[in-house]
Design a protein around this ligand. Sequence first.
Ligand code: DCP
Ligand code: MG
Ligand code: MN
Length: 348
Amino acid sequence: QAGAQDAYQNNPNSRTIEVLQSMANYYDRVNDHWRTTGYRKAITTLKKQATRITTEEEAFQLPHIGRRIAQKIEEIVTTNKLQRLEYAQDEPMDGALQVFLRIYGVGNKQAQQWVSQGYRTLEDIKSKAKLNPSQRVGVEHYDDLNTRIPRREVEALGAFVRRAAARIDAQAELIIGGSYRRGSTSSGDIDFIVTKLDTESVAQLRPFLDELVRALEKDGFLTARLASFHAGGDGSKWHGCCVLPKTKGINDRDYRPVWRRIDFLLVPASEMGGALIYFTGNDIFNRSMRLLASKKGMRLNQRGLYKDVIRGPGRVRVTEGELVEGRDERRIFDILGVKWREPHERWC
Ligand code: DCP
Ligand code: MG
Ligand code: MN
């Protein structure tokens, strides 16, 4: 997907990786996070191999590859396919479930409920299911919102937003994070990190965001506001949809408005380092950094790195700890004792 990640095309295990990726995608669609992560880690390991891995035993020796995935690797090499994947793709019930799970704002429980109510197609959902406003947007713009955004369009969307931002407050700074910052050739959405010099709280940034959103809605650029999947709003996140107007060299041939997902994340300057790490991802890289911090008696979250965190039984946190570093991304790596990794190296 991303620049550095394309290297596997020339990898001796590229076919195996491709099939395992389909399995990971399948488990991702059915929200099986555990198996999705297992497959993604195995893929990361395989991408690093210089030789072709052909047997279960060979595969099992490698890091992050367990017995079951090792068996599947041998099956792929021997038969050029994977029985389990073909079952997954054949299950018609599952087909509907997978379609529903890709609607914005729809989780496993909701999707399964619709399947058990006898709904099978998006048309069924559109005409018969009870939808909240976010899910309604998700259904109406299903194809657009499930299409990845080419990097050049992410840049054009970014330029549009920056121009509007500069008219409101020349001091405001907007950084595109997420997969774009990791160098991906395409992104699922556009993630804006919004900050300003000398800010120490989200509240100091909120008026700017409110004004920016109003201006972009007036321009017809922002087309919908979406409820956050994960509740617990401190007002630091804004989710919605946007449409790039006709722009030369980007979408001017046979123009039609294409709906894209856009996120704004408000980050005070004092927390920029923690936020940059978190919102650059990817999610698995973040998980490993957090785990590392916790092993060193520290805690890493999207606001910074904390020390003297006291944990009780089951690693449950007893105290918040003291902030060690929030502002500087590099220093957080340093204090954790890990070598600095450029954003494009952070996909595992
Ligand atoms: N993130 C995370 N854990 C999650 C969700 C997000 O650590 N469960 C972090 C890492 C992500 C970043 O937030 O890189 C942005 O989230 P996105 O869902 O937008 O993911 P990406 O930008 O990485 O990928 P995509 O191209 O699909 O948007
Ligand atoms: Mg993203
Ligand atoms: Mn996002």
